[in-house]
Design a protein around this ligand. Structure first.
Ligand code: NAI
Length: 234
């Protein structure tokens, strides 16, 4: 496969693993990044997904370099954890703006080319907490749950154009985001995961590889949990 792929937040963590996995399969992979340098061997475009104009510019750069985006992986996301009583309105709306509205902006821009081509793959990276809930993460969980309704609506709208839209819901994965947790919390998490370990970025990358490859030809509107059994299929 040598498709034109865009992975948001593909400069580190889960996004980087996804970008490398698809590039190893032969795809032309672009990643968005916000600061520093893009990872070696991947085409980097600077983009903040809260800004529609930046998204449009990033897509134009990708289109020029490797053709219209055929596979979009909306991976970029943030969390600002706080108990509801202490959560500011900005903590809530800014997380929604990045995780949910950001995915709307990206998908809206990406489907232009996909509809013309009558083919495309969109994968949204949600989280196990979107469906399980998580104390102190009402903003994050709401944004990640929102992706499910969003993806399923797009799956219905775009199915006749041969565009699939799926959600991957990772559990606890070893990245900068989870490195911030205390040793004690990490041990607690391991105990609650039936497979008894924290996931690796490669676990998510392989699933995205499957969904965007021939294995995903007849899968749309699905939520695929990759969480060691933490969410028991939810
Ligand atoms: P990370 O913090 O290492 O990476 C997040 C990426 O998103 C970074 O590249 C960052 O620059 C980018 N990003 C954030 N806000 C952005 C914005 N406004 N515009 C453009 N890019 C932006 O996190 P990680 O762990 O790799 O997470 C990737 C995705 O997986 C996120 O959506 C996260 O919510 C999700 N996830 C992670 C889990 C974990 O255990 N690490 C569990 C479940 C879901």
């Amino acid at each position: 496969m040598s498709r034109s792929v865009l992975v948001t937040g593909g400069n580190r963590g889960i996004g980087l693993a996804i970008a490398r996995e698809l590039a190893e399969g032969g795809d032309n992979v672009a990643v968005t990044y916000r600061s520093g340098e893009p990872p070696e061997g991947l085409f980097g475009v600077r983009c903040d997904i809260t800004d529609t104009a930046q998204i449009d510019t990033a897509f134009k750069e990708v289109e020029e370099a490797q053709g219209p985006v055929e596979v979009l992986v909306a991976n970029a996301g943030v969390n600002k954890d706080q108990l509801l009583a202490l959560m500011s309105e900005d903590d809530f709306t800014s997380v929604l703006d990045t995780n949910l509205t950001g995915s709307f902006r990206l998908a809206k821009r990406a489907v232009r080319g996909m509809m013309r081509k009558r083919s495309g793959r969109i994968v949204l990276i949600s989280s196990v907490v979107g469906l399980l809930g998580s104390g102190g993460q009402a903003n994050y969980a709401a944004s990640k749950a929102g992706l499910v309704g969003f993806a399923r609506s797009l799956a219905r709208e775009l199915g006749s154009r041969n565009i699939t839209v799926n959600v991957v819901a990772p559990g606890f994965i070893q990245t900068d985001m989870t490195d911030a947790l205390s040793e004690e919390r990490r041990d607690e998490i391991k105990k609650s995961v039936p497979l008894g370990r924290i996931g690796e970025t490669a676990d998510i990358a392989r699933t995205v590889g499957f969904l965007t490859g021939p294995g995903g030809d007849y899968i749309t509107g699905a939520v695929i949990p990759v969480d060691g059994g933490l969410g028991m299929g939810h």
